[in-house]
Ligand binder design. Structure first.
Ligand code: G3P
Length: 222
């Protein structure tokens, strides 16, 4: 699983759990930190492990390709590109995937199975279907991911489904059940996966009883 954040405290806390494979970012996430992209990406690299996904921006082929070059020029092998799954984005993916030492590419802003199919055919390493944003727009994200996974498995595509955009933990569980290979979650969602009220109540009870046992034993002669 990945953490969808550029906040260093959130990233450090997430990695302390020992289960994350990397960090995903996008321009909206970077905006919250208010630092230059090159600066925050370096800080993220220093405070995480695994892949760090950085999103290329632009509305034309030329702009997106130029931004990909700027991101790759950061010069760290852990950096992977997020590229929008639209016409100029596919054109850029095509060019990059036909170069020597092609970068790892995640096609982002996936809202439909036909988009996913094109990403598989284009040789993307990952796709990011936006679960909550689909749900908010009356699209069934579980059906999209389930059909995508079937196509990828049937065709032997190596593209992995990295689901994104969650507002609650049920969406995470349901998207894994629907066939996502992995997911990226916010710090809030990760925290609520790791801390359940019922578990906390049980753990507090065990701690209380343990201390009670210790205090009783103080009065028992060896
Ligand atoms: O990377 C895409 C993802 O961050 C979108 O999430 O919560 O803004 O819909 P959200």
């Amino acid at each position: 699983m990945f953490i969808d954040s550029a906040n260093l405290d959130e990233i450090r806390e997430g990695f302390s759990l020992g289960l994350l494979k990397g960090v995903t970012t996008n321009p909206s996430i970077l905006l919250k930190e208010g630092k230059r992209r090159g600066v925050i990406v370096k800080e993220i690299l220093d405070n995480s492990e695994g892949i760090v996904f950085v999103q290329a921006t632009g509305s034309s082929y030329e702009e997106i390709y130029a931004d990909c070059q700027e991101i790759l020029a950061y010069g760290n092998k852990r950096i992977a590109l997020k590229i929008p799954a639209n016409i100029p984005g596919f054109q850029v993916i095509n060019r990059l995937k036909n170069q020597n030492n092609a970068p790892i590419i995640l096609a982002t802003a996936i809202f439909s199975v036909d988009q996913s199919l094109l990403c598989g055919l284009a040789g993307c390493d990952y796709i990011a279907p936006y679960v909550n944003r689909m749900a908010n727009n009356n699209i069934n994200p579980y059906e999209v991911v389930n059909k995508t996974r079937k196509i990828y498995d049937d065709r032997g595509f190596s593209t992995k489904i990295l689901a994104a955009s969650f507002k609650n933990t049920n969406q995470v569980v349901d998207i894994f059940t629907a066939g996502a290979h992995t997911a990226t979650v916010s710090s809030d969602v990760l925290r609520s996966m790791a801390s359940k009220e019922l578990a906390s109540a049980s753990i507090s009870g065990f701690n209380r009883d343990w201390y009670e046992l210790q205090s009783r034993l103080e009065f028992v002669k060896e």
